[in-house]
Structure formats: structure tokens, C-alpha cells
Ligand binder design. Structure first.
Ligand code: KIV
Ligand code: ZN
Length: 523
């Protein structure tokens, strides 16, 4: 039996691996390092930092995160072959506490792709887990698509992995198919039936295709799992993963019913949620549990009245518990640099002096145009500072629009530092603007999504624009804000192109998480 307290649940965050795998959620090297540092500081037990074999960039990010880690165990993902495992070890070995996570799809559908019989796969599991364990004494093994694997086979391969030295067995619900009662039952049966199961930690890894990921993860804990795999904001493939903030707060708020502890400081949740939304380009939906803009907002008269009399009438947790400040300091044109720095810190942005200066200049410009600058305005301003890549930059834009078409966009764009200009036309100001970008930087990407929303109220509100582009299966999402909707649209489009270019570079040698083959079964 492990000597960890019975009621301690380990939090394994995979924002930088499974989260980054969601289409369009590309993070730069610096952004990954920053998120890893925040995860470490908030008390996450294990950080899955990436998939080292997937690309040179992933390898470097995992290695650097391993080097900078302070408390957390740093884990890398590897398929069931020696080359992946060796590469993973080369990256994570720099950590104070490294872990190799190796996996293989065990369900009939997944076995069919590399065309392995049950026995062949069992042998491969034995060999690869043994190999990983010879390199590292902390090895996690996952039977991908466990919830659709035949019970007898699942039981058999879990036993093989434990005997070969796995110290954590993760049971993934890869396609988000299971339901809470089943999820608890599966872990309970494995612990009861598999020899050696009480020597290791069982983990749960749930996807959200049916909206049950968090419920399934919590149920697995009731069944005996002591590691929850999750991501910030529930980022992840398709409908995403179990959200870290949901499981941490559920275990905190319902502690008398589910007496399990995590080591996560919940007051850091809001900051990291905002930061991940920014760097991943995936905004948090307004009504998202815990971290959505409306999670602590009350509008109806009854609710407001109740809240004023006793906050507990309509809130099961306090905003401060997740790091939302109770006092909302509104910034305006008289606010100084120190106030801006402290406000940004509260919002989760610690900027270097030169970055702060840059944001301050734009904050003053905005404050001259708007009476009050809200948190959302500031977040939008900082987001603009997050240059993903500097290849394309908007220098100036003048748009002529109105009832008489065609509309014109006069644009000056910096492409790799070189100034290019054009006067393009289009069917409306946004179309003309996008045509200008396409003419100045020709590309084949198709516009998949264009969305505008106001970040604050009033006609002087900043508009936040989201753009999603697709090019040969690669996705680039961009976001930008400005009080001028067309300028925000241009910046968002340029941001999406820049992200696409980062993705293009990552995939150049044919090696990327979204490009790696199924198993490399020939090795
Ligand atoms: O969803 C899944 O099965 C995974 C595995 C790699 C653990 O992400
Ligand atoms: Zn997953």
C-alpha cells in the first residue's frame, strides 16, 4: 500500500499536453513555461508538460519546464515504443521529480489500427513499461479508450503493467462515453480484482463529450481513484476534459460529503484561468462553472436582494475562494502606473517594466476614449500585447464604409518587418479589411469562424473579435479587442495568421502532436 493519506487526491494537470491538443490552441514556448510555473505555484501535483517526441518545440518545452519545476512532478507523454519513451525521458529527466507516461489504445477499435492481437499488445505493454521503468522510477501507464475495452482484457493488461513496474495506472474515458456510476464501478472493480492494485495509484482521465467529465472524475474518486487528470478551463480535444477548477472546488465545497483533499490553492484559480484563456485563444464561456464571467453575477431582483442579506442564499462559495477580489477597483484616466500594475497583478498578469509601459500607454489612450476601464478592457489590452509571433503586424488601417459600396480598406502591414500597403475593396468593411490582409500576405487559409462581442457595456465598449482559420487541417485562432470593431477584426485575423504560422513551423518536419502516427507499430 502506498503511504499517501487515504483521502489525498493528486491533481494531474494536462493543459499543456491534452489541452494544447485541442484544435487551434497553440501556445508558444514562453507561454507554456509561464503556465507551468503558475501550475507549480498553485500546488498542482503533476504537470503533464507535453509530448516530447511530437516535435522539437514540444521536446524543448518539456525539458525547460522540467528544469524550472519547483514542487510538481513533471511528466511527458510517450506512445508504446522505445523511441518515444527514450525521448520522453531525455526531456523529463531534468526535473526534481520526473515521470514517464506511456499509453496504448486497448479497446477493439484501437487494437485494430496497429493490427495487434491481444497477445501481441500485451507483450508490447510488458516490454514498454519495463523499458520506461528501467529509466525512471515513476511510470504512469494508460490503456487508452479503457471504458470501451473488454473487461477481461482490461483487467489482464492492467495487471501486466503493474507487474512491469507502473506506479500509476490511468483509466481514460478517451471518448467521453462513460457515466458516473460506471466510472466509480470500473475503478472499484479493478482495485478489487487486479493483483498488486493496492500498491499503486489509480487515476481517472475523462473527456467531456457528453458533458459528464467532471462528474465522472469525482465518481472515480469515490471508486478509489486517487489522481484526477484535468485541464484549466476544461481545455482539451473535442468537448474538452475534466476542468481543474471544477474538481478542486467541488472537493472543497462538498468536503463534508466527499472528504478528499487536494494540494491546490484555489485562490489562484481565476488568474490561471484567465491566462490560459488568453494564451490558448479559447475564451471562457460566460456561464462556465467557477470561472465564467457570470459564475458570481446576480441579476434578478430576488437574487440580488438575497445576496445583500446573506451571500450564502445564492452562492455556495465565495468569489475570494477562487481568487476574485471582492472589491472591484475601476480604473480611469486618472489612474497611475502603480495602480495599473497592481490591478494587472490581481488579474493574473505580472508584466516586465517594458511590457507595463507599453500597456500603460494604450491604457491611457483607452481611458481618454472611455469613462471607465473595466477588468475586461484591461485583459483585452494585455492580450493585444501577447504577440504570438511578430511576422505580421498591423501598422495602420483606414476604412471607408457606408451605404455606397464597395467599401475600401487602406492598410499598411509589416510582414517580417517589411512595410507593405494596399487599398483593397470588399463587400463591407470587414471583408475589405480581410481582403487587404490576404493581398499583402497571400495564404490559402479559410475563414471558419468570425465572432464579435462587446467586452463591456455601452457604445464605447471595446469589441473583442475572435477569428478561426483553417489551412490543410491546421487551425489558427486569433483574438483582439479595440473600441473600433474593424480594427479589432483586422488584429484578430492577423493574430490567427501568426498562430497558424507558428503551427506551420511546428509541423514542418512532419512531427507534431496532431501529426504523429498512431503507434509507430513497426518499431
Ligand atoms: O484521452 C486519452 O485517452 C488520453 C491518453 C493519452 C491518456 O489523452
Ligand atoms: Zn485525453
Amino acid at each position: 500500500m502506498t503511504n499517501r493519506p487515504e483521502n489525498r487526491v493528486l491533481i494531474f494537470d494536462t493543459t499543456l499536453r491534452d489541452g494544447e491538443q485541442s484544435p487551434g490552441a497553440t501556445m508558444t514556448h514562453a507561454e507554456k513555461l509561464e503556465i507551468a510555473e503558475m501550475l507549480d505555484e498553485m500546488g498542482v501535483d503533476i504537470i503533464e508538460a507535453g509530448f516530447p517526441i511530437a516535435s522539437e518545440g514540444d521536446f524543448k518545452a518539456v525539458a525547460e519546464i522540467a528544469r524550472q519545476s519547483k514542487q510538481a512532478t513533471i511528466c511527458g507523454l510517450a506512445r508504446a515504443n522505445f523511441k518515444d519513451i527514450d525521448r520522453c525521458w531525455e526531456a523529463v529527466k531534468h526535473a526534481r521529480s520526473p515521470r514517464i507516461h506511456t499509453f496504448i489504445g486497448t479497446s477493439p477499435l484501437h487494437r485494430a489500427i496497429p493490427n495487434l492481437t491481444q497477445d501481441e499488445m500485451a507483450e508490447r505493454i510488458h516490454d514498454t513499461v519495463t523499458h520506461a521503468r528501467n529509466l525512471c522510477d515513476n511510470v504512469q501507464w494508460s490503456p487508452m479508450d479503457a471504458t470501451r475495452t473488454e473487461w477481461d482484457y482490461l483487467r489482464r493488461v492492467v495487471e501486466i503493467a503493474i507487474k512491469a513496474g507502473a506506479t500509476t495506472i490511468n483509466i481514460p474515458d478517451t471518448v467521453g462515453y462513460t457515466a458516473p456510476v460506471e466510472s466509480a464501478d470500473l475503478i472499484r472493480r479493478l482495485i478489487a480484482d487486479v493483483p498488486g492494485a493496492d500498491e499503486i495509484v489509480f487515476a481517472t482521465h475523462c473527456h467531456n463529450d457528453l458533458g459528464m467529465a467532471t462528474a465522472n472524475a469525482l465518481a472515480a474518486v469515490e471508486g478509489g481513484a486517487r489522481q484526477i487528470e484535468c485541464t484549466i478551463n476544461g481545455l482539451g480535444e473535442r468537448a474538452g476534459n475534466t476542468a481543474l477548477e471544477e474538481v478542486v472546488m467541488a472537493l472543497k465545497v462538498r468536503h463534508d460529503i466527499m472528504p478528499y483533499d487536494t494540494g491546490v490553492d484555489s485562490r489562484k484559480i481565476m488568474n490561471i484561468s484567465r491566462r490560459v484563456a488568453t494564451v490558448s485563444g479559447f475564451p471562457v464561456q460566460f456561464n462556465k462553472a467557477i470561472v465564467g464571467k457570470n459564475a458570481f453575477a446576480h441579476e434578478s431582483g430576488i437574487h440580488q436582494d438575497g445576496m445583500l442579506k446573506n451571500a450564502e442564499t445564492f452562492e455556495i462559495m465565495r468569489p475570494e475562494d477562487v481568487g476574485l477580489s471582492a472589491t472591484n477597483l475601476v480604473m480611469g484616466k486618472h489612474s497611475g502606473r502603480a495602480a495599473l500594475r497592481s490591478k494587472l497583478k490581481e488579474l493574473g498578469f505580472e508584466l516586465a517594466d517594458n511590457q507595463l509601459n507599453d500597456v500603460f500607454v494604450r491604457f491611457k489612450e483607452l481611458a481618454d476614449r472611455k469613462k471607465e476601464v473595466y477588468d475586461e478592457d484591461l485583459i483585452a489590452l494585455v492580450k493585444q500585447n501577447d504577440a504570438v509571433s511578430d511576422r505580421l503586424k498591423l501598422k495602420s488601417l483606414k476604412v471607408i464604409c457606408g451605404t455606397e459600396g464597395p467599401q475600401h480598406a487602406e492598410m499598411v502591414l509589416l510582414v517580417d518587418g517589411e512595410e507593405k500597403s494596399i487599398d483593397a475593396t470588399g463587400d463591407g468593411p470587414v471583408d475589405a479589411t480581410f481582403n487587404a490582409i490576404k493581398a499583402l500576405f497571400p495564404h490559402e487559409a479559410r475563414l471558419q469562424l468570425y465572432q464579435v462581442h462587446a467586452v463591456t457595456e455601452g457604445t464605447d465598449a471595446q469589441a473583442t473579435v475572435s477569428v478561426r482559420l483553417e489551412e490543410e487541417g491546421r487551425i489558427g485562432t486569433g483574438q483582439a479587442a479595440d473600441t473600433d470593431t474593424v480594427v479589432a477584426s483586422a488584429k484578430a485575423y492577423i493574430n490567427a495568421v501568426n498562430r497558424l504560422l507558428v503551427r506551420r513551423e511546428k509541423t514542418a518536419p512532419g512531427a507534431d502532436v496532431k501529426n504523429v502516427g498512431y503507434l509507430d507499430a513497426g518499431e
